[in-house]
Design a protein around this ligand. Sequence first.
Ligand code: TYD
Ligand code: MG
Length: 465
Amino acid sequence: MARLKSIYRCQECGYSDPKGMGQCPSCSAWNTMVEEAVEASPAKAARRQLAEGAASAVATLSDIRAETEVRTPTGLAELDRLLGGGIVPGQVSLVAGPPGIGKSTLMLQAAAALAAPGRKILYVSGEESPLQVSARAKRIGAAAQSLYFLAETDLSKILRAMSDLKPWGIVLDSIQTLSHPDLASTPGSVGQVRECAMEIVRAAKGSGAAAFVLGHVTKDGTLAGPRVLEHLVDSVFYFDAERHELLRVLRATKNRFGPTDEAGIFEMTERGLREVPNPSAFFMADSKDMGPRPGRAVSATMEGSRPVLVEVQALVVPTRYPLPRRTATGIDLNRVLVLLAALEKHLKLRLDSRDVYVSLAGGLRVKDPALDLAVCLAVASSLRETPLPQDAVLLGEVSLLGGVGRVPQTENRLREAAKAGFSRAVVSARAAKDVLRLPGLEVSGAAGLAEAAGLFFQDTKEPLS
Ligand code: TYD
Ligand code: MG
């Protein structure tokens, strides 16, 4: 590391000062002075930079591309899906998420998988002791000869260990615990996080080692943590359980070497994270065995670029309250209220004296209008005590006027349904005309709610009360 000194720079006006202050003396803004490490001797630094500049090699674009195509799979298929097949040499990835979500577990598993064929991987933890980490490694079966561990928070010692060991890859758990020796501010502060990250990026790019930097974010994302890192690293992955109660989803929000519309899906077990390669089967497994039930309808949503079958459950019962109750779990209540109004208007369903409960199975949370039709028909099915056929999947956005609209990626969703053994699908009338025919799947079109209900219930002209 070059010799550095610490200064404080105002994030508003750029004024710099050797001392940290609550208020910027130049622009008078409050709490904008952030610590930064700068070269102790600017003249020397300029000379060094010039020398470094002279050493940089110019290459043709095609050569460079050929080099970055070398990818190393981590061995965790769900992670590799996000990495675009594998890690690019020198790739720095930020893995962010709320505390306790499973970041350390995920990265320990990835580190062990990467180390399995003999690659040197260094796992640095500033949060847990060697005993704690080795106990976790045993529990999840993460063992490899070339998996090294270091409990350290001092960045200069970590960088020294890196240059001694020359690991193929390094995991830093977490960026909030690292402290830059030239800075006085506390670990986790914006200045520390940014300066440490810059050094890590420099070390990784210099040595070609892949780096995974872990970072905590609070639920509301207010913590001055990983946000400032996002432009420094190559890839940003968020690990959370936002849309699932039972599953953890890894998503890319920035990815220089891979896709951003993919999602890696995991389940936390007592032996670490288990990959869920087929989320549809995960959500559908139990309910299929129950047989046909009134109030059950199946639809398909998208998780990244992957279609996932979801089960909508509705329960309609006479109310005991002056004002009937409506609750929604896993789906927006306001959307459900709109759909109930559409059902009352366009199917003449009498819901004013009934409680309506709508839920998505498996703890899934989805905001996808494609589920509208399934919600509507699940409610109608429960009210009429008539099960929908078990082999039918419903895809359609329902409008206030009672129309059924087409949904994006209809074909992908239908393909998933066909794969899972569904033999009937109801989509919008327009989508039904031009959608690709899939073997074994009969696709019907419905222009409106009444038409869709008519496919499954008799005498829909009569009030369904
Ligand atoms: P952890 O990876 O420590 O989360 P993070 O690094 O994101 O803070 O793990 C989070 C939780 O997962 C922890 O509360 C314990 C639980 N867990 C299991 O259920 N099974 C396991 O095998 C492991 C290692 C952890
Ligand atoms: Mg952790």
